[in-house]
Design a protein around this ligand. Structure first.
Ligand SMILES: NC(=O)c1ccc[n+]([C@@H]2O[C@H](COP(=O)([O-])OP(=O)(O)OC[C@H]3O[C@@H](n4cnc5c(N)ncnc54)[C@H](O)[C@@H]3O)[C@@H](O)[C@H]2O)c1
Length: 461
C-alpha cells in the first residue's frame, strides 16, 4: 500500500486515478485548485459523468482510503507518489498550454519533504521534453535534502469507459532516466497485470502523441473516403466493413461521421504538428488530418442548409451534444460548431443529450434543452444526429416522425439502417452513403430493403 497524491484530482483523468488507486488499497489524496469540485467530491459527488465512477468514489471515501483537498501542505509531504494530472489544453497556435503543469510542478517542489524519496509521475499529456522541464522546476523549488525522480507515464484511457480502461489498460508506458524509479511506479500498477514498457522519457512522451495522431488519422482517412464515396456513389459503411476484414487494417476507428473532438485528439495532433514545425520539419499528414476534421463540420451544416432549402426560420432537433457517447464532456464537440453555424443561419434549436445538457445549457442559453429525443423532435424540420449515444439507436422512428414538422433525418454518425428510416416515412441522409436512393426514390421500403440487405454494421469504437 502506498501513499499517493493526485494533482488535478478532480479532473477526468485525476479523479478516475484517485478513485481507482484507492480501490487497489492505496491511501490516496486528490489535490485540486477547484475548491467547489473538491467540496463536492468529499460529499461523494463526482460532478462529471463517467460510468462506474460515482460508485467507485463513494466506496473508497467510505473506506477512508480516499479524500480530496485544495491544500498542497496536506497532500504532498509524505506522499511517495505524486501524480501530475493537470490539464494541458491547446494555445491558439496549437502549442500545449503548460501553465497548469508549471504551476503544479513549482508547488510540488516547494512541498517535498526533505529526507523522503518522492516519485513525480507525469500522467498529463505533455510535449516531448516535459519530464526534463518538470524535473528542473521541482528541483528549483524543492527544499534542501528532498529526493525525487520524475517518471513520464502517459495515459491512454477513453472518456466514457475511463473506469474500465484504468483497471484494464492495454499497456503501461513508463519513461525515466532512473530505471529504479520506473520500476517503483511499475510496482504500483502490478495488480493490473498489463504489459509494461519501460523506456526513456522522450520516447514515452512521444508514444502518447503518436498513438493519438494515428487514431485521429484513421478517422480523418475514412472521412476523406466517405466524401469521395458520396460523390462516386459508394456506401462508406460497407467500404469500411470490407476494409476492416483485413487484419492489417482492422475495423476500429473506421466509422465515417462528424470526425473527432474531445479534449485529446484535436489538441494532441495540434501539439505534435507544432513540435514538428518547431523542429524545422514539414508535418503535412498531421495538418491534413486536422484540416479534414475541421472541414467535415462546415460541410455538414452546408448540406443541411441545402437539404432544407436554407436554415432561416427552420427548427432543428440536435440529438447529442457531448463529443462522444457516455460522457458529458463538450470539449471540441462537433455539436458546438454545428450549433454555432446553424444559429448564425437563423435556425431555432432544440437539443437532447443523455448527459451533457447541463454543461451545454450554460454555453447555449438560446438552445431549448429537451428531456428526450422525442421532445427535441417536436416541430422540427430535421433531426440531426451528432453524438452516437446508444439511446438514439433504439428510438421509435415512427414516433419521431409524428412529432416533427418536416421529415429529414440527417445522420451524422451513420447510426441507422436506411430501410428502417424510410419505413417510418422519413427522408434519410447519412455520411458517405452515396449509393442511397435519392429523396424521390425513398418512398418504397421494399426497394430500400432490397438495396441495403447486404449492409451489416461494424461495432462502435
Ligand atoms: N480526458 C481524457 O480522456 C484524457 C485521456 C488521456 C490523457 N489525458 C490528459 O490528461 C491531462 C488531464 O486531462 P483531463 O481531461 O483530466 O483535464 P481536466 O481539465 O478535466 O482536469 C485538470 C484538473 O487539474 C486541475 N488543476 C489545474 N491546475 C492545478 C494546480 N496547479 N494544482 C492542482 N490542480 C490543478 C484543474 O482544476 C482540473 O480539475 C491532460 O494532459 C490530458 O491531455 C486526458
Amino acid at each position: 500500500m502506498a501513499r499517493i497524491c493526485i494533482v488535478g484530482g478532480s479532473g477526468y483523468v485525476g479523479l478516475g486515478y484517485a478513485a481507482a488507486l484507492a480501490d487497489l488499497g492505496n491511501d490516496v489524496i486528490g489535490l485540486d485548485v477547484a475548491a467547489d469540485r473538491v467540496a463536492a467530491l468529499n460529499r461523494g459527488e463526482p460532478l462529471i459523468y463517467e460510468p462506474g465512477l460515482e460508485e467507485l468514489l463513494s466506496r473508497n471515501l467510505a473506506a477512508g482510503r480516499l479524500s480530496f483537498t485544495t491544500d498542497y501542505t496536506a497532500a504532498v509531504p509524505g506522499a511517495e507518489f505524486v501524480f501530475l494530472c493537470v490539464g494541458t489544453p491547446s494555445l491558439s497556435n496549437g502549442d500545449a498550454d503548460m501553465r497548469q503543469v508549471r504551476g503544479a510542478a513549482v508547488a510540488i517542489g516547494k512541498h517535498l519533504q526533505p529526507g523522503a524519496r518522492t516519485y513525480v509521475v507525469n500522467k498529463s499529456t505533455m510535449p516531448i521534453g516535459s519530464a526534463e522541464l518538470v524535473t528542473q522546476l521541482v528541483a528549483e523549488h524543492a527544499p534542501a535534502g528532498a529526493d525525487f525522480a520524475v517518471v513520464a507515464n502517459p495515459e491512454f484511457l477513453r472518456e466514457g469507459s475511463a473506469v474500465h480502461d484504468i483497471f484494464r489498460p492495454d499497456r503501461i508506458v513508463l519513461g525515466a532516466n532512473d530505471r529504479a524509479a520506473a520500476e517503483a511506479v511499475a510496482a504500483l500498477y502490478a495488480p493490473l497485470g498489463a504489459p509494461t514498457l519501460i523506456t526513456d522519457p522522450r520516447s514515452a512522451e512521444m508514444i502518447k502523441y503518436a498513438s493519438n495522431a494515428f487514431l485521429a488519422t484513421k478517422i480523418s482517412f475514412i472521412n476523406e473516403v466517405a466524401h469521395v464515396c458520396e460523390r462516386l456513389g459508394a456506401d462508406v459503411t460497407v467500404v469500411a466493413e470490407g476494409m476492416g476484414l483485413d487484419p492489417r487494417i482492422g475495423p476500429r476507428f473506421l466509422h465515417a461521421g462528424l470526425g473527432f473532438g474531445g479534449s485529446c485528439f484535436p489538441k494532441d495532433v495540434g501539439a505534435l504538428t507544432r513540435m514538428a514545425d518547431d523542429a524545422g520539419l514539414h508535418p503535412g499528414l498531421l495538418r491534413a488530418v486536422l484540416e479534414i476534421n475541421a472541414d467535415v463540420r462546415g460541410r455538414f451544416v452546408g448540406r443541411l442548409e441545402k437539404l432544407l432549402d436554407g436554415l432561416d426560420g427552420k427548427t432543428l432537433a440536435i440529438w447529442g451534444l457531448a463529443f462522444k457517447e457516455d460522457t458529458d464532456d463538450l470539449r471540441e464537440s462537433p455539436a458546438l460548431d454545428i450549433i454555432e453555424m446553424a444559429r448564425e443561419r437563423g435556425a431555432t434549436l432544440r437539443a437532447h443529450d443523455p448527459a451533457a445538457m447541463a454543461n451545454a445549457a450554460r454555453r447555449f442559453p438560446q438552445v431549448t434543452m429537451c428531456a428526450s429525443p422525442y421532445e427535441a423532435a417536436i416541430g422540427a424540420d430535421a433531426v440531426v444526429v451528432v453524438t452516437p449515444w446508444r439511446e438514439f439507436r433504439q428510438v421509435d422512428l415512427g414516433r419521431v416522425k409524428a412529432a416533427m414538422r418536416g421529415d429529414l433525418l440527417l445522420d451524422g454518425r451513420n447510426l441507422y439502417d436506411p430501410p428502417a428510416v424510410f419505413a417510418a416515412g422519413l427522408r434519410y441522409e447519412g455520411m458517405g452513403r452515396g449509393s442511397l436512393p435519392r429523396a424521390e426514390d425513398q418512398v418504397s421500403p421494399a426497394v430500400a430493403v432490397t438495396t441495403f440487405v447486404a449492409t451489416t454494421r461494424v461495432g462502435a469504437d
